[in-house]
Every structure is written in structure tokens, then in C-alpha cells.
Design a protein around this ligand. Sequence first.
Ligand code: AMP
Ligand code: MG
Length: 422
Amino acid sequence: MSNVIRSVSCCDDLAEADTLTVDEARRQIIDKINPITSSEKLSLRNALSRILAEDIISPLDVPGHTNSAMDGYAVSGNDLPQSGEQIYQVIGKSLAGAPFNGNCNAGQCVRIMTGAVMPDGTDTVIMQEHVAATATDTVQIGDGHRPGQNVRQAGEDISAGGTVLQTSHKLTPADLGILSSLGIGEVKVRRRPRVAFFSTGDELRSIGESLAEGDVYDSNRYSLYGMLKRLDVEILDMGVVKDDIDELRNAFSNAASMADVVITSGGVSVGEADYIKPILEQTGEINFWKIAMKPGRPLTHGRIGNSLFFGLPGNPVAVMVTFYQFVQPALNYLASGTESLPWTMLATSSNNINKRPGRYEFQRGILEQGAGGQLTVRKTGQQGSGVLTSMSRANCFILLPENCDGVSAGDEVRVQLFDTFI
Ligand code: AMP
Ligand code: MG
């Protein structure tokens, strides 16, 4: 009998019709987003990490000229010795920025430096280390060289008229290099999402205020700021709002009038001072409010006016877990129109981990790499949803999906690094 009761209660989260799995919640969030389409022109340096709003068509071949990949001697591939050695007359030199203006004939070669234009009549470079000097203006080259070697062909990296970067691409340091190599100094990028956030709770005090019994310093606004700062979004910090229905209603409409996305923390459970869900019901629309996960079970998702709304739980760890799992992918999709799931990898667990089937658990772990590259992960101690040090010591989540019923030390588990989400 007790077995039956336990097996029902352990899965009752998902048995509730309005409780979503983590995957279902992610899907529903993405399905409600219309990616930003408006754009602005930015100079190259300011465009790093921004999302392109245009295809970049190359105006040039890169490299622009066929040139040498080595310091050495340029010759014709048809004129290489078939066997033994051959003496060549050095008829001049070609430097990067100072090409040789002449023709190179059989029995002749041109001293050439890396990046210098290949002289007419040459298509092959012999490294200087493979050449013996015989007199001041002659060199000796042996056999075994391949016609065409050590030469970079015009347009071999990028050809004029080709699409180099596609719209919706997020610009990386390499892309800034490519764009500048094409002489492009400005690009059209999408507007960044505007994100407003505030904490809710009568017990919350700001830094500098004194704490009465039961008060706590507001930490969620700082961890949220930190996570948002690492994304390319505009941040609007709206402070702390009391558990007061009128003040909350005002804050909601204020935030929604300014931002694409509104994030709150706290007040989403079903306690007496939990007003977020009823206000969203009155002033906007609720998409869902329960996910079978731990921590982070109550998460209210919906819309106020034209803004997406995320009512994150109050507990500091739950705020960070739900942000990484739902808000960050949503912001990335809003900004780029490209869906990207967080990267995960397999690691050997150093611990036994207790878990009952039912909810998806995100335990905090420390992932380490051994000398041979093998990955092991261990838990960061206490896993309570208020234990924020479990997040600060961790570098990854240990992913324990709904149907997982525990892990034994030595088992493989899937982990997700915090800072490698795309
Ligand atoms: P709530 O969801 O509002 O019931 O809050 C759950 C727990 O998280 C309570 O212990 C709150 O005091 C705590 N909490 C809520 N918001 C914050 C915050 N901004 N900073 C630190 N702790 C918070
Ligand atoms: Mg509260």
C-alpha cells in the first residue's frame, strides 16, 4: 500500500494537467516570441556580438592577389628540376607592398616574402630553408617540390560577389576581422532587446539600508543584472517593489511600456502575498505557471501588452536556474530569430545523487577535466533553492531529467556549463 502511495505522489507534479515538462515550457515560450526585426547601423567595433540584419556580400576577392605563403624563391612549376639540382638566376625581389615588375623565365627565380604578389611567370614558391645559395645572384634548388606549392590563390578565402556572412549571424571577433579585410566599416544589425526587471517582496532591503528582523538584502537583482549583462541586451533595473497590489500593477505597466521583456522575481507561489499571477491574469495573459522542475517549479510566463513576461520564483538559486533554462534562450531567440539549445556534455559523476522520478532537477556541479581529458563532475554540497553559494561554487548544472531515479557514483551524467550557452 505504502508503495502505491509513494509511486503516485512522486509523479504527481506531471499528473497535474497544468504542469509542463521543461521541454514543453521551452517550446511554449519560443512559440510566443516574434523576433526583433528593426535594425540600426553600427561601426565595426560597436557591432561585436550583435546580430546581423543583412547579408554581407563581398566587394573583393580575399586575398586580392595570388601571393606567397612563405619567405623563399618564386619559380615556374614547369621549370622545377625533375631529378638532381638546378641553378637559378635570382632576377629581383617581390616584397609585401612592393611587387616585382617583370617576367620570370626558365632558369630564373625571384626572391619573395610572405604576402608578396607572385611575379608573372611564377606559380610556385620554394621555402628559403630548402634553397642553397651558390653565388650572390644564383641559388640551387633540388627535386621533390610540387608545382603550385606555398602559394595562396586570389579569392581562395572569399570571392567577390559571394555571401560572406548571413543575416541573423552573431558577429564574432573573427567576423570583425573579415569585414575589415573587405574594407567594410559599418554594418546593419538588429536592435537589442530591452529588458526591465524588478524584485518583489516586503522583506527586501537594498544595500546600505539596515536589516530589521526577518529582512534580507535583495540579491536577485544583482544576479539577474550579472546574467543579463553577459547577453547583448539593454538593461532597465526598476528596483524593489513591495507586495502591494497597486504598486505592483503600476510597476507592471511601467515596465511593459518600456521593455520587450519584463522579468520579476518572487511572489509567484500561492502564498498570501503572492500577487504576480493574479495581476498578470488581470492586466495581461498567462501562458503557464507551473513546471515540473526543481528548483523553479512556480514560474509564471505570459505577456503584458506587447512585452513578454517572466515571473521568476523568489529563491535565489531558482532565479538563476530558471533564467538560464528559459529566459536566456528566449532572449537569444528574440534577438536573433535563431533557436539554440544549451550545449551539454557527458561526465562521470563522483557522487551518489538521490532523486525520485517526476521533476527535472538541475543540481549544481563542479566539472573538472583530468590529464587525459576525461570529465568528472561532483555536487557543490547543499542543494537547497536558497543556497546561492551552491551556484557560485558551481560551473555547471548536473541534468537529472524527469524520469531519472538517481545516480550512483561512477555513472555517466549529462552536464550543462553555465557560460557556454549560445
Ligand atoms: P517568494 O517567492 O516571494 O515567496 O520568495 C521565496 C523566498 O525567496 C523567500 O525566502 C524570499 O525572502 C526570498 N527572496 C525573494 N526575493 C528575493 C530577492 N530579491 N533577494 C533575495 N531573496 C529573495
Ligand atoms: Mg515574496
